[in-house]
Design a protein around this ligand. Structure first.
Ligand code: CP
Length: 317
């Protein structure tokens, strides 16, 4: 197996099946610290640098919380406007990471430009973790989601997935790449103008992913063991910041998971994931149904980042 030490986590396209399994094993090992709200001293000598060029609640703070749980340190920025990358200078990724690499031992980067973390990895001598790049990928979120399913179900092979939302979304790309390593058929449901591109579908076919598309969640929900939802009413992920302006509209029924739909059509043991934030695609009254797992997913997000930080920084092999 390739070592995780010093490795960039940029995409799930280059993740092999046994590497998923290794990350899950390390997450299980470190999980008790988070469950017991304890910090350990695994990474006392290490510092995480956060470089967030786009808003985030979960990804940045889960990485920071994970680093604290492991006894490490955190520095960085969450508002690029207050850095030289966001003012008159428009400092390049190269020049920025050539500085940041001296301030810590690993960088987690979110950027509105697809490929920005890959560009950072070209220049940095320390690992870069992709915290979401434009419409590109969001590998740590989907590692979290796969780990959540693995914990809830005990296995991944044979589970049928339903993915609902905007297929331009970075999580959807990482999900599709991730599932190529498992025996998991998936149905994608999205508005026509947010569907998988022909180019991406051709790539998934090359990887032998067993996938199909449907127009309405009602056509696919009855077969699903895992339902993963993202918004279709959402900002432009290629912008540094997209303010809400005027009427943003509501989610059409085709892309909405309601309590009634779950009760009447879903398998009784299906699980429902959402990386959050949400709009109206999962109404709050679904939260207390037996299907919802998004709060467990949020907790697992800290555990997964603990595993990744421990692995790329060499505290776990
Ligand atoms: N799921 C996720 O990426 O959330 P944030 O945008 O809050 O980081």
């Amino acid at each position: 197996m390739r070592s995780f030490l010093g490795r960039d986590i940029l995409s799930l396209k280059d993740f092999e099946r046994h590497e998923f399994e290794r990350v899950f094993d390390v997450a299980e090992e470190l999980r008790p610290f988070a469950e017991n709200r304890q910090n350990t001293d695994l990474l006392t000598e290490k510092t995480l640098v956060t470089a967030f060029y786009q808003p985030s609640t979960r990804t940045r703070l889960a990485h920071e919380a994970a680093m604290h749980r492991l006894g490490g340190h955190v520095t960085g920025f969450s508002d690029p406007k207050m850095t030289r990358a966001g003012d008159f200078y428009q400092e390049s990724i190269k020049d920025t990471v050539k500085m940041l690499e001296y301030y810590g031992d690993v960088i987690v980067m979110r950027h509105f430009q697809q490929g920005a973390p890959h560009e950072a990895a070209k220049w940095a001598s320390i690992p870069i973790i992709n915290g979401g790049d434009g419409w590109g990928e969001h590998p740590t979120q989907i590692l979290t989601d796969l780990y959540t399913v693995y914990r809830e179900k005990g296995y991944l092979d044979g589970l049928r997935w339903l993915a609902v939302g905007d297929m331009r979304m970075r999580t959807m790309h990482s999900l599709a790449y991730g599932l190529t390593q498992f025996d998991c058929p998936i149905t994608f449901v999205s508005p026509p103008d947010m569907s998988l591109t022909d180019e991406f579908k051709a790539e998934l076919e090359q990887y032998s992913l067993n996938f199909k598309e449907a127009e309405h969640v009602e056509q696919a929900i009855a077969d699903a063991d895992v339902i993963l939802v993202e918004p279709v009413v959402q900002p432009d992920y290629t912008k540094a910041r997209d303010e809400r302006a005027g009427d943003i509209g509501l989610t059409p029924a085709n892309y909405k998971i309601t309590r009634q739909l779950l009760t009447t059509k879903a398998k009784s043991d299906a699980i429902l994931l959402h990386s959050l934030p949400r709009m109206d695609e999962i109404p709050p009254d679904v939260d207390i149904t037996r299907w919802s797992r998004y709060w467990q997913e949020a907790f697992n997000g800290v555990v997964m980042r603990m595993a990744l930080l421990a692995l790329v920084l060499g505290a776990m092999e």
